[in-house]
Structure formats: C-alpha cells, structure tokens
Design a protein around this ligand. Structure first.
Ligand SMILES: NC(=O)c1ccc[n+]([C@@H]2O[C@H](COP(=O)([O-])OP(=O)(O)OC[C@H]3O[C@@H](n4cnc5c(N)ncnc54)[C@H](OP(=O)(O)O)[C@@H]3O)[C@@H](O)[C@H]2O)c1
Length: 307
C-alpha cells in the first residue's frame, strides 16, 4: 500500500468522518478532514490555499496526496427553495476545488448521488446512463460532477445512495427514534434503492484513492459505489426494526403519493456496480449484511442510546 495523505473537505459529515477515521487508523497515512467551519468549500481562496499547502505538506513527508470531496449541501427538500446556496456548495465549490487540484497536480475523488438520475429505470443505473435529475439537489450535484470532470484534474466521480452511519442524522436513526415514539409506522414501499453504510463506502473510497494516487487507471471516470442488493424504504425500515429486536409488523407500507415532499424522490435509483467490479475494486457486501455490521459496530449510536 502506498503511503497516502488524504484531504477530506466535508470531513465532519457521515461519509467524511468515516473516511477520516479509517485513514487515521492506517499506519503511515495522514488525513486532514476539516468541517465547513474550518474549510468552506464556497470560499475559493481558502480552498486554493488549503489544497496547495496540503500538497506541499504531503510531499515534504513523502506521502501521495489525494483529495476526497465529501462536502455537499445535502438537505434535499430545503434545496428546492435555497437554489443559490445549493449551487454554490454542490457545483461551484467542487469546480474551484478541482481547479486547485489540477494546479497542484493532486487527484480528486468527488462523491455524488443517485439523485442525478430520474428514477424511471427498471434496471440498475450504469455510470454512463443519461442523467436526468428532478430536483435542485440532483441538478446541482450533476453540475458539480461535470465541473470536476471538465476541470483537467485527474478526477473520479463516485456516486452513492441511501447513506447512513454513526455521524449525523439519517434514516436508521430516525426509525430508531420513531420506534420509541409510535406504536406503528407508515413508510414508503414504492421507492427502491440500495442502503449504504458510510463505513463500507469509506473503505471503497480509500481503496480507490490508493489506486488513483498510484496513477493506476484512467485520468477520469465515473463509478457507482453502494452496498449491493435493493430494497424499498419500508422493507429497509423493517430490517432496522429487526436489528432493534422489535416486531417488523409495526412498519406498514404506504405510497409516495401518501407523503408528497417538496423534492420528488426517485422511484428506482439502484446503481449498478459493474464498472466498480470491472475496475478491479472490491465488491461491496449486501446491504442487509452491512446493516447488521453497522449495529454490531455502532449500535449504541444508531439506537440513539449514546450520550
Ligand atoms: N446521505 C445520503 O443519503 C447520500 C446519498 C447519496 C449521495 N450522498 C453524497 O455523499 C456525500 C457525503 O454526504 P453525507 O451523507 O456525508 O452528508 P452530510 O452528513 O450532510 O455531510 C456533508 C458535509 O458537507 C459539509 N458542508 C456543507 N456545506 C459546506 C461548505 N460550504 N463547505 C464545506 N463543507 C460543507 C457539512 O459540514 P459541517 O457539518 O461541518 O457543516 C457536512 O458535514 C455528498 O456528496 C452527498 O451528496 C449522500
């Protein structure tokens, strides 16, 4: 394994914090994972300075620098009425970050989303399928992908979906809370996707970062990385109830039409892992196994029992 130095803008989020944790645990590797308070992706000068000084520090320490952008405006409904901010964080920020990486000769991995697709498909989306986002969040993330890929930097876009982890709010924690507050729950049964444990995604990103840092593979590419398999939100909620030791029958399906949201969710947003596997990267485990592992590792936090 090459000795890596990883800069993770958005390092306090679900994905960024897991990546920071596993890189920090590797001997000889270095990680800097600033939150938005320390590095604001919309502050172009600060971004350029951070990338330049990170590149210098890494090279002085004989490490191979990589940037993994885990920052994003992820409030999908709020983005519908906060378009300017969403565009700044999801598109203009990554564009400037990529330019800084290009100038410093550092490769960039940029995390993106299943929401770049319409959700009309009846088979898993391939990276080359035509994006057709239906939300401000999806459109701004797609603009970010394109800016990164057009920047001239060595840039890889990694789309993921339905992320949950120990840090921050997510569906698993919400279900755990609602299981205490309500006797029965209605959860949408007609939206299908692939739940992804942030820790598994972080491992995948690290594996890819090592390759890219060693200049293995092409200069730019789009890949998909989720836990494997597919499920509806309702059946995902039932699996969470099972992990909590609760009766799954307390969760009943409803339809998307029963709960209209400001930002329409894709009906089907399963991402194919064919390109990931063809690139020789380790296949991701099934979502159900990952959920069990997440409860074994971070059960207290996911259940909402940790202080
Ligand atoms: N969550 C999902 O289900 C999901 C699904 C598909 C794709 N993704 C993608 O996965 C990536 C990581 O998402 P996540 O789940 O880890 O989201 P998250 O927990 O909301 O983390 C995003 C982080 O971005 C940071 N951020 C926001 N505005 C920023 C700014 N102006 N400058 C710097 N950082 C800023 C926030 O930092 P602070 O907390 O420090 O303010 C936050 O910690 C994103 O690209 C997202 O689009 C997520």
């Amino acid at each position: 394994m090459s000795r890596l130095a990883v800069l993770v803008p958005g390092g306090r989020g679900q994905v960024g914090s897991e990546l920071a944790r596993i890189v920090a645990a590797r001997s000889g590797a270095m990680v800097h994972a600033p939150g938005s308070g320390e590095l604001d992706i919309t502050d172009h000068e600060a971004v350029a300075d951070a990338v330049d000084s990170f590149a210098e520090t890494a090279r002085d320490a004989d490490l191979r620098p990589v940037v993994v952008n885990a920052s994003a405006y992820t409030a999908v409904d709020a983005a519908e009425t906060d378009q300017e901010r969403a565009a700044l964080v999801n598109a203009e920020g990554p564009a400037q970050l990529a330019k800084a990486c290009q100038r410093s000769g550092i490769p960039l991995l940029h995390v993106s989303t299943d929401y770049v697709f319409s959700g009309d498909a009846d088979r898993p989306y391939e990276p080359a399928d035509e994006p057709a986002p239906r939300t401000v969040y999806g459109r701004t993330k797609l603009d970010g992908e394109r800016a990164v890929l057009d920047s001239g930097a060595r840039a890889w876009v990694v789309r993921t979906a339905w992320v949950y982890g120990a840090r921050g709010g997510n569906f698993v924690k919400t279900m755990a809370r609602l299981s205490r507050e309500r006797e029965s729950l209605s959860v949408v049964g007609d939206q299908i996707g692939s739940p992804t444990w942030a820790a598994d995604l972080a491992q995948g990103l690290l594996e890819l970062a090592e390759r890219v840092a060693e200049r293995r593979g092409p200069d730019r590419k789009v890949l998909h990385c989720t836990n494997s398999g597919q499920v509806s939100w309702c059946d995902f909620a039932r699996a969470i109830f099972a992990e909590l030791g609760l009766d799954e029958a307390r969760v009943q399906p409803c339809t998307t039409a029963d709960f209209p949201r400001p930002a329409p969710r894709p009906a089907y947003s399963v991402l194919s892992d064919t390109a990931w596997r063809e690139a020789g990267l380790t296949p991701m485990r099934p979502w159900r196994e990952a959920l069990r592992a997440a409860f074994e590792t971070d059960g207290e936090v996911l259940r909402g029992e940790a202080g």
